[in-house]
Design a protein around this ligand. Structure first.
Ligand code: FAD
Length: 396
């Protein structure tokens, strides 16, 4: 519906839209108004098949000659709870900071957040930036994005990480847009290129068929989100201390359009799938919803949480928040029991870092058996009830 009058840019709350007319690179004569006439050199390099080294050597300087340094982790604190992925990212951030040779800092935004500060140090932050204000009592996109963006602009970290939680998925794109930089969502691997010191952000792409490593070469900071439980939890060192830097906010309540009226909690059973220690997961091999009882009986004996594949969710056997995988939840339990699951890549990316995987499948070629610590080739209708009976005997 855009008629090029710029109205869409005016109403976009995150200033993410640039009208075509305002951009010299856009060719109004081309078939699409948004076709780019002059490709940046890096794109031409790729198109012409130049090797990686050439592209690296031509990496553009960062705008304005600014010095961007340090690895930051945004520590998610909401409704009095810290998202544990924040600590996982401090653990991962430590490795990145060591590879670059820079510092590791945490950022805490919220209201009355002092109790979080020692935890940030205990999990590895050397410095913590604190933005503590009643306006940040309840999470809202605009004030959080504004507060974090301002601190990032002031101190210019090279890399910022956040959990791919509901909050991270919401606020990080808004921050990236304000900073006019790139963001890779849902990374499964992070690393530092030893030559260029760029952040290598790896994530599944094209429906999980390839793993793409994405670089943010010409703008800063480099931003990435990582799902909970993808990275290992670092060791917590009680009593570790560091520097605290308190930042004031430069806005008022009247600057924002939204207000939190009420919080309605989700069904606790499925909301904590990513924290479950034992998971019994089902796939289409179960054949019908009525057979779910076989898995539920096993879960009952083990004190496990029920989850499943997208197939099981689409069949209406489970809710969407019980889906494990690329378009569901990433889990990292101590034990993952996969019943009648083929092991499609989109499922594997959500569970393959589980500590111990047991898979039951009647197809000896099923991909799930390749990632399993114990693979049981057999009919689930015989194997699972036998397992339940045996566990019952041993655990009583
Ligand atoms: P199937 O692939 O049909 O496997 C059933 C298995 O049960 C088979 O291996 C079969 O040998 C076995 N079996 C059958 N009968 C028995 C028996 N009696 N005893 C023992 N074993 C038996 N999938 C996810 O799970 N999570 C995601 O987040 C996800 N996201 C996706 C995103 C995209 C963009 C796309 C394209 C797909 C996504 N998928 C996802 C779907 C994924 O590709 C697979 O289709 C899905 O995981 C298959 O589910 P399944 O293993 O239950 O079913």
């Amino acid at each position: 519906k855009c008629n090029d009058n710029g109205k869409c840019a005016l109403v976009c709350p995150t200033n993410a839209i640039t009208p075509a007319k305002a951009n010299e690179n856009l060719d109004p004569e081309a078939g699409s108004k948004f076709e780019i006439k002059d490709q940046p050199d890096s794109v031409k390099d790729y198109a012409q098949g130049n090797d990686k080294k050439t592209i690296r050597a031509q990496a553009a300087p960062i705008a304005g000659g600014d010095v961007w340094s340090g690895v930051w982790v945004i520590i998610e604190y909401s409704n009095g709870k810290i998202a544990p992925v924040s600590w996982e990212l401090l653990g991962e951030g430590r490795k990145l900071a060591d590879a670059i040779g820079c510092g590791l800092c945490g950022v805490i935004a919220g209201n009355q957040v002092d109790s979080v500060i020692p935890e940030a140090f205990a999990h590895g932050a050397e410095k913590v930036y604190v933005i503590d204000d009643p306006i940040l009592q309840d999470y809202r996109t605009e004030p959080y994005a504004e507060a974090i963006t301002n601190v990032v602009k002031k101190y210019q970290p090279e890399i910022i990480l956040m959990g791919a939680t509901s909050m991270g998925r919401d606020v990080f794109p808004a921050i990236a847009t304000r900073l006019q930089t790139g963001l890779t969502a849902d990374c499964t691997v992070l690393g530092i290129d030893p030559e260029t010191k760029l952040l290598q952000q790896t994530r599944p792409a094209f429906g999980g068929n390839i793993m793409a490593t994405i670089l943010c070469r010409t703008s800063r900071p480099q931003m990435a989100t990582v799902r909970p439980r993808v990275m290992a939890m670092p060791e917590r060192v009680e009593g570790r201390v560091g520097e605290i830097i308190r930042e004031e906010i430069a806005f008022e309540e009247s600057d924002f359009h939204t207000k939190v009226l009420e919080f309605i909690n989700m069904d606790a059973k499925s909301a904590f799938l990513d924290k479950a220690e034992i998971i019994v997961a089902v796939g289409l091999g179960l054949a019908a919803k009525r057979n779910l009882v076989i898995a539920e009986e096993l879960a009952e004996v083990l004190g496990a949480t029920i989850a499943g594949t997208r197939g099981a969710v689409e069949a209406g056997w489970l809710n969407h928040d019980q889906q494990v995988g690329q378009s569901g939840v990433t889990v990292r339990p101590k034990v993952y029991i996969a019943i009648g699951i083929s092991g499609a890549i989109q499922h594997l990316v959500g569970m393959e870092t589980s500590d111990f995987i047991i898979a039951i499948n009647n197809d000896p070629e099923a991909a799930i058996l390749k990632v399993a610590n114990y693979g049981i080739v057999g009919d689930l209708f015989q194997v699972v009830p036998a397992m339940t009976a045996e566990f019952k005997k041993r655990l009583q």
